[in-house]
Ligand binder design. Structure first.
Ligand code: HEM
Length: 467
């Protein structure tokens, strides 16, 4: 048993068997308390629920909970490199520190990223505009726009939405994310020996090899044209730092790590933001009065003569509150990324053995009754005070907290605000099918996404004569 009671018995820790990967954690925490152990085929993992106890684990005992679980399938793909699934240690620290610095230097929080995002929002608006008149599924268009932001930061170029290399890359990444939530991934987790036999898991490896081949091409092109005088993008910055540090004995900057970080930024940076924007549009169709209030504020603060900018955010408390509420209610990363203990850890009177998988139950915080004014409904009021001013409750932690907290948070927040405000400035979104209403239940594929839907749009922008 992994969670060993070293204190008093029965203080909310329970052990039982679970044979399914999609857990009804909310119901379980009601029944078993804020800290309990589950088993997947006899392999234990500890589930942590609620703001206070999650803070305690990830922040106050941050180092002890900063590991990642050993998952044979992921290990086969990443070889422990990169950031997301890298074990806690020197290499992870270096990759993470370098990535945060590079993102900051390229303009995280500065104008450069804002321009890239706005340029992409403009393309997305044009593509939506061309679809007026026919209900359509916005998913692939939003995915293209969001992954293009990552492409321009990491690879130094954006792609046409129909570009063959680009669409293949996006599809392969998407398929691999989906395959990693199938029963096969679970079987691989328990019996890694199936890696030697045929089965759908082989498709994951095949897809990954193709993704890596695409990315290796880009890395090679960068190496051939590298020029210390001009850093074009993330790959350039990493290669130059590798060159500089090559004789340093503790340096973990390697081409293998570079490849895995590029993979990580694509996977983490595209799916989460795309899914949040899909929820945003779906909620706007489900709650047209909220959509209208957003548009009123956009019209007042921005008008028609210019595009939105991050400087508008403090003057747009309602839109800002809606974007945050989309993240809270949409809950796109319900189990965050799995954590693990980095050593035998004493926690709330219990000893958790080194390497135990830790599951952070995000909905237990994002809809915790004691933390929110209206936890159960989509209500921007959760982020507005009595004077209609924006405020952010401490329990708003969709990017997690502690040493592993999302390093892409600032970029993601910029993308969400600018894409959302640009789309609502230009279009009214409405549910095209009069016989049904938007389905607000999600489906889980590493992120919690809306079921595929079709939407209809009307152009809001007055003609030049009317302006
Ligand atoms: C709405 C958008 C996003 C959400 C909700 C989100 C959420 C998260 C969460 C919950 C984690 C796990 C934290 C933990 O283990 O405790 C994470 C990790 C991570 N995210 Fe994000 N993320 C978003 C966008 C991005 C973007 C745009 C990037 C890249 C530029 C990014 C890069 C990463 C990376 C590299 C990690 C791994 C950090 C580590 O293991 O040290 N994410 N994110």
């Amino acid at each position: 048993m992994n969670l060993v009671n070293s204190g008093e018995l029965g203080t909310g820790v329970h052990n039982f068997f679970v044979f399914h990967s999609s857990l009804p954690e909310k119901k379980l925490s009601k029944k078993y308390g804020n800290l309990f152990t589950c088993y997947i085929f006899c392999i234990p993992f500890v589930v942590i629920n609620g703001f206070e106890i999650i803070q305690e684990a990830l922040v106050q005992q941050g180092r002890e909970f900063a590991g990642r679980p050993y998952l044979p399938l992921i290990e086969e793909i990443t070889k422990g490199q990169g950031i997301i699934m890298a074990p806690y240690g020197r290499s992870w620290k270096q990759q993470r520190r370098f990535t945060l610095t590079a993102l900051r230097n390229f303009g995280l929080g500065k104008i450069a990223f804002e321009e890239k995002i706005l340029q992409e929002a403009q393309y997305l608006t044009e593509v939506f505009q061309a679809s007026i008149g026919q209900p359509f599924n916005p998913n692939s268009k939003i995915t293209s726009a969001v992954s293009n932001v990552i492409c321009s930061i990491v690879l130094g170029k954006r792609f046409h939405y129909e570009d063959e290399v680009f669409t293949q890359l996006v599809e392969l990444i998407d398929e691999n994310m989906r395959l990693q939530t199938t029963i096969w991934a679970l079987v691989y987790f328990v019996t890694p020996l199936i890696g030697y036999f045929p089965g759908p898991h082989q498709r994951i490896f095949k897809n990954q090899a193709r993704i890596n081949a695409f990315l290796q091409d880009f890395i090679n092109q960068h190496k051939d044209t590298l020029n210390g005088e001009e850093i074009r993008d993330f790959i350039d910055a990493y290669l130059l730092e590798m060159e500089k540090e090559q004789n340093s004995p503790n340096c973990c900057l390697t081409e293998g790590n570079l490849m895995q970080i590029v993979n990580d930024l694509f996977t983490a940076g595209t799916e989460t933001t795309t899914t949040t924007l899909q929820w945003a549009i779906l909620y706007m169709m489900a709650y047209p009065d909220i959509q209208e209030s957003c548009q009123k504020e956009i019209d007042q603060v921005i008008g028609w003569s210019r595009t939105p900018s991050m400087e508008d955010a403090p003057n747009m408390p309602y839109v800002n509150a809606v974007v945050h509420e989309v993240q809270r209610f949409g809950n796109v990363a319900p189990i965050s990324v799995g954590h693990a203990t980095t050593r035998d850890t004493s926690f709330r009177g219990y000893t958790i053995k080194k390497g135990t998988m830790i599951l952070i139950n995000m909905p237990s915080v994002l809809s915790e009754e004691t933390q929110w004014k209206d936890p159960k409904h989509f209500n921007p009021g959760n982020f507005l005070n009595e004077n209609g001013e924006f405020f952010k409750p401490d329990a708003f932690i969709p990017f997690s907290v502690g040493l592993r907290a999302c390093p892409g948070e600032k970029l993601a927040r910029m993308e969400l605000f600018l894409f959302f405000a640009s789309l609502l400035q230009n279009f009214e979104f409405y549910w095209p099918d009069k016989t049904s209403t938007p389905d607000l239940e999600g489906v889980y594929k590493l992120t919690l996404a809306p079921r595929p839907y079709k939407m209809a749009i009307r152009c809001r922008k007055p003609s030049d004569d009317e302006l």
